[in-house]
Design a protein around this ligand. Structure first.
Ligand code: SF4
Length: 201
């Protein structure tokens, strides 16, 4: 890892875990496109091992945080099985709420069978939907899975629902036209998951 790279960091009342900088997307609005100028210490020259992540978490007092969040400067499910191992450790030592912030493409990365492995590990899976349809998503997020990514994200939202406490579909208010926000809200309702409109940071 880079000398000053962080594995965990505090944001609000959450302890955030930075597992990877890899991501199948290349979103137009991604903070990663600003290079080192924003959150530079979240760039990893080398991804931390599971043991290093667990050691870092062990060094924290989890009782002082409201939640543990897999987020960071990339897509956590690029390291799905490592992330699940870290979750199992956290579950074994704490009842802290665990949230995954994801682009929802883990089934594209790891296959549909992988989703049942989420069982009992996450309180919240928050999926950045970003757009109202496949063509817009492809134009803005540039997934390496192409236009098929959008449908797969919605399927993942539906598939993971039985295994986690809550599934959230989120959009950022400034990156989507108002009429598309309502389409996303309706999509979340149709899937029986929570809709969240987030502010652009
Ligand atoms: S999904 Fe997130 S990490 Fe990946 S490119 Fe988009 S904004 Fe960046």
């Amino acid at each position: 890892m880079r000398d000053n790279a962080v594995i965990t960091y505090q944001h609000g009342n959450g302890l955030y875990v930075n597992l990877t900088n890899r991501c199948p997307n290349s979103c137009d609005f991604c903070v990663r496109s600003y290079g080192d100028t924003l959150y530079g210490n979240l760039w990893l020259d080398r991804e931390p091992t599971v043991e290093e992540v667990i050691a870092d978490i062990k060094a924290q007092d989890l009782s002082t945080f409201d939640e543990l969040v897999f987020c960071g400067y990339g897509e956590p499910t690029e390291r799905l099985y490592d992330m699940l191992e870290v979750c199992r450790f956290v579950r074994s030592v704490s009842d802290i709420s665990i949230r995954l912030n994801t682009n929802g493409q883990s089934e594209l990365l790891w296959g549909k069978e992988s989703t049942k492995r989420f069982e009992g590990l996450f309180d919240v899976v928050s999926i950045s939907l970003n757009c109202a349809d496949a063509a817009s998503y492809d134009a803005v997020c540039h997934s390496r899975f192409g236009p098929d990514a959008y449908g797969a994200i919605l399927e993942f939202a539906s598939n993971v629902k039985p295994y986690v406490g809550e599934v959230v579909l989120s959009v950022v208010d400034t990156t989507i036209p108002p009429e598309d926000i309502e389409v996303c809200r309706a999509t979340a309702e149709r899937l029986g998951v929570t809709f969240r409109l987030r502010e652009f940071i």
